[in-house]
Design a protein around this ligand. Structure first.
Ligand SMILES: Cc1cc2nc3c(=O)[nH]c(=O)nc-3n(C[C@H](O)[C@H](O)[C@H](O)COP(=O)(O)OP(=O)(O)OC[C@H]3O[C@@H](n4cnc5c(N)ncnc54)[C@H](O)[C@@H]3O)c2cc1C
Length: 385
């Protein structure tokens, strides 16, 4: 099925909303590294951030492909969904593994946007991608946990009321299952900040509201434990599949943005007395980008349909993220080249989108780690680590 056939009404409505937030809006924020509050408010009010929340909790109860359509269109318009995409999927850990009481308490407010759950705390400075080596420790003390440690690259922490935090509740057992002993806590940032939680913004090459976090005897009520103590790693894994597929959809949107812009410019710009797009040296990279983005888009649709059907999709989510992030990066580079010097000018938005789409070969999972997964889990090659 072509992209236009999947959720056309959603795409049309999101496009109209994004048209209210054109390039100058994003450029001004980018310069200041400021948060797109008005854009996020508009998406929230239109219900686009709660599409994955079941109707009984106030969301629209749609599947992952609907959320993919929303994010793809946001990115195709030149906007950046990274400011709020996690409001869509971080709640999945709570939805799939939380108690009925936790779901009743939080999900309806997350659905309306009254509560923002868009911080997901996994990465730590020393462990990097090797998640089982995280050191942030939550020690049970009666009816609370006492949390100590640190996290890095925790995006939107300053713009979130709750955070899904992965921490150790018992040390890593090198002889046993190394992923055992990790737990998921729902941290109320409003209560935690200044009372054991410090948030420091980290300025990066793109406007991403990312931060580092320090926990110094932070108290978290024991009732905020999601699922069973020690089983947290598996709770975050299915959330990670959703995250990878949705971010792949953002890459598809980015790729199409670059292709739209490059094709239009190549038809319009005249050098040596003819449109630059008449030269095959200019046409072919645009056509190649289209081929790659179209192929990656099919992979994203495939992974999303497996996820929606509740089938295993770890490998497909990874492959979708890798093919889409590489396709968008190729398209970004092609678009700069097609624009010549103007590709570097802020007012064209291409250099901004170029910086933004580069992230997705590193986060939320880097390409090497995906290749390692495919090599060992899909192809049965020996493990290297
Ligand atoms: C802007 C931004 C936002 C982010 N937001 C969040 C967030 O909200 N929450 C969160 O928890 N994390 C977040 N992250 C973290 C992100 O998920 C990690 O940066 C990413 O997973 C890579 O981990 P690392 O930076 O620790 O790299 P490392 O693990 O240190 O790896 C560095 C490089 O070495 C390669 N490498 C490492 N080990 C191997 C190996 N065995 N074989 C081959 N290659 C290897 C990696 O592929 C990578 O290219 C964010 C990161 C950024 C930059």
């Amino acid at each position: 099925m072509s992209e236009a056939e999947i959720h056309p009404e959603i795409r049309d409505a999101v496009r109209k909303l994004c048209a209210r937030f054109p390039g100058p809006y994003w450029r001004a924020l980018d310069r200041e590294r400021a948060y797109p509050t008005e854009f996020v408010k508009a998406l929230t009010e239109a219900g686009w951030l709660s599409v994955l929340i079941p109707e009984k909790y106030g969301g629209s109860g749609l599947g992952l492909s609907a959320a993919c359509a929303v994010l793809e269109e946001i990115h195709r318009s030149g906007a950046n969904g990274a400011a709020c995409h996690a409001q869509m999927y971080t709640m999945g850990t709570l939805l799939r593994h939380g108690s009925e009481a936790q779901k009743d308490k939080w999900l309806p407010k997350i659905a309306t946007g009254e509560i923002r759950l868009q911080a997901f705390g996994v990465t730590e400075p020393t462990s990097g991608t090797d998640t089982t080596r995280i050191q942030t420790l939550a020690k049970r003390d009666g009816d609370r946990y006492i949390v100590n440690g640190s996290k890095i690259w925790i995006s939107r922490a300053e713009h979130s009321d709750l955070m899904v935090l992965l921490c150790r509740t018992s040390p890593r057992d090198d002889k046993g299952k190394t992923s055992d002993g990790m737990s998921v806590l729902l941290v109320d940032m409003r209560e935690a900040r200044g009372r054991g939680l410090t948030i420091n913004p980290v300025r990066t090459m793109l406007n991403h509201a990312t931060t580092e976090l320090f926990f110094d005897n932070l108290e978290v009520p024991a009732e905020n434990l999601i699922g069973k103590e020690g089983s947290g790693f598996k709770y975050i894994l299915d959330g990670m599949n959703a995250e990878r597929i949705l971010i792949a959809a953002e890459c598809i949107g980015d790729g199409r943005f670059f292709i739209d812009r490059a094709a239009a410019y190549a038809k319009d710009r005249s050098v040596f007395g003819r449109a630059i797009g008449e030269n095959q040296g200019v046409q072919f990279p645009i056509a190649r980008a289209h081929v790659q983005v179209t192929a990656a888009s099919l992979m994203v649709d495939h992974a999303a349909s497996l996820f929606e059907a509740g089938k295993p999709c770890g490998s497909e989510a990874n492959m979708a993220k890798m093919t889409a992030s590489e396709a968008s990066w190729y398209a970004a580079d092609m678009c700069v080249q097609t624009h010549g010097g103007f590709g570097f000018a802020e007012e064209y938005d291409i250099e901004r989108k170029f910086r933004e789409t580069r992230l997705y070969q590193v986060a939320p999972i880097s390409t090497n780690l995906i290749l390692s997964h495919v090599a060992t889990h899909v192809l049965g090659l020996p493990k290297s680590f």
